[in-house]
Ligand binder design. Structure first.
Ligand code: FAD
Length: 411
């Protein structure tokens, strides 16, 4: 193994959205930033429906215009269906100020655009380099990196941001992982040529479908701008394992049971093998240490139902970049007060919504025929990703959802 080969102000592990955005923000502040990414881009990633709140973080990082120019599918809301029920939220009608529209993106293309833009802004990216070890020394962190030929070398940094997503590099190496409070769920998903002619499907919205019989089983349909779409189902892991057949057979069977979704996809061409992912919800004991912080999925991942993953990843990148800047300029920040607590505020609002989805409080609210305009705007705000706006009563005290569900049930 060679001696220390490099020294950077900040090394970021992973070039997903949280990695590229945090790196660009820190580069903009004048730091020498390196991203180590184990794959070569473009590469497949799940997580294709963005929330309007994302746009503010892309703008902050100077990356919004390249995303706007990429001809991604416009998105202005979320539609929900269960049996013959159908309701939708228009994200432009919301409680919190800010963007009301966004995009649904093929992540191979989206992530490459962000990574290339980070490079254009001065970030160095090394692809095909896997971080395998972390050591804290007296005033810096040292990472061991394995390149594609299997050779190992060291890189040291004044600070490390772990943006490795489900790779969860530092949580694993530093034994920070703790189980998620959510039941283990699994997902089957693929890309299709959707051939949708059914006018009930609004291409400007993500379509979330609840299984007519099993209300803890749900599907997404995320249209892209090129006539293709992402479709997937989420269910308790045991439920998926108890089904007979391969992943393609299971997904097709579940879609055939899904009422409106089955109709909408009746002409679809399933031309791509189905992928699966299991037990993705995860948590950690701490989101930071002396010389590191965890971003996005490397920290906590809740559940895909409200498409909150990329938004939380970008929020964590934006918050962390500010605190790293303070630390590297000798201001001794309080990571708990300035990063963990503010980040968790929004994560906890989403957590209540996810819990409410599976215990059906939120499904009751969504499918209720009686809607109060102001309250609907507050719910719409959280669904649009504005989960950190504490002026919204459902962010300030997310458990208010229980009382709202009760009201909807009694109407
Ligand atoms: C079924 C499902 C559906 C989802 N749908 C949505 C959705 O519609 N909308 C949404 O916003 N979110 C969704 N998500 C969540 C979304 O996928 C993630 O939250 C988001 O991609 C997290 O971004 P990130 O930057 O934290 O990490 P990632 O995007 O995962 O990027 C991590 C990067 O780190 C690299 N890496 C890993 N290990 C190493 C290593 N050792 N060394 C170097 N590099 C490494 C990886 O190759 C990868 O490129 C979904 C998740 C699931 C499971």
């Amino acid at each position: 193994m060679s001696l220390v080969k490099n020294y950077y102000d900040v090394v970021v592990i992973g070039a997903g959205p949280s990695g590229s955005v945090s790196a660009a923000l820190l580069c903009k502040k004048g730091y020498r930033v390196l991203i180590l990414e184990k794959e070569y881009f473009p590469r497949f990633s799940i997580g294709e429906s963005l929330l309007p709140q994302c746009m503010a973080y892309l703008e902050q990082a100077g990356m919004l215009s390249v995303v706007e120019q990429a001809n991604f599918q416009f998105k202005n809301g979320a539609a929900f269906t269960r049996g013959d029920e159908y309701e939708c939220y228009d994200f432009r009608e919301k409680f919190t100020e800010g963007w009301g529209t966004t995009f649904q993106v093929q992540r191979d293309k989206f992530d490459k655009i962000l990574a290339d833009e980070a490079e254009n802004k001065g970030v160095e990216i090394r692809y095909g380099e896997t971080v395998v070890f972390y050591e804290a020394e007296s005033n810096k962190a040292v990472l061991t990196v394995k390149n594609e030929t299997g050779e190992e070398y060291k890189v040291s940094a004044r600070f490390v941001l772990d943006a490795s997503g489900f790779g969860r590099v530092l949580p694993k190496l530093l034994k920070l992982e703790k189980p998620s409070s959510f039941l283990p769920r699994g997902s089957l998903f693929t890309h299709i040529q959707d051939n949708v002619v059914d006018s009930r499907f609004d291409r400007n919205k993500v379509l979330i479908t609840v299984h007519p019989k099993y209300h803890d089983v749900w599907y997404w349909l995320i249209p892209f701008s090129n006539g293709r779409a992402s479709v997937g189902v989420v269910a308790p892991q045991e439920f998926l394992e108890s089904m007979i057949g391969d992943a393609d057979t299971k997904l097709q069977l579940l879609i055939s049971e899904a009422c409106m979704l089955a109709d909408v996809l009746s002409n679809a061409n399933f031309d791509t093998p189905v992928r699966s992912i299991n037990g993705y919800s995860c948590d950690v004991k701490s989101l930071y240490g002396d010389y590191f912080a965890l971003l996005g999925n490397a920290g906590e991942f809740l559940d895909p139902v409200f498409s909150s993953g990329v938004t939380i990843a970008l929020k964590s990148a934006s918050l962390a970049a500010g605190v790293v800047d303070k630390q590297l300029s000798g201001k001794n920040p309080d990571w708990r007060e300035e990063f963990e607590i503010p980040l968790k505020k929004g994560v906890d609002a989403f957590r209540e919504f996810v819990e409410g989805w599976y215990d059906e409080r939120l499904q009751g609210v969504v499918f209720s025929k009686v809607k109060n305009e102001k309250v609907t705007e507050m719910i719409s705000s959280v669904l649009a990703g504005y989960a950190w706006d504490t002026k919204n009563p459902y962010v300030d005290k997310p458990s208010r959802l229980t009382a709202l569900a009760e009201l909807c049930r009694n109407e």
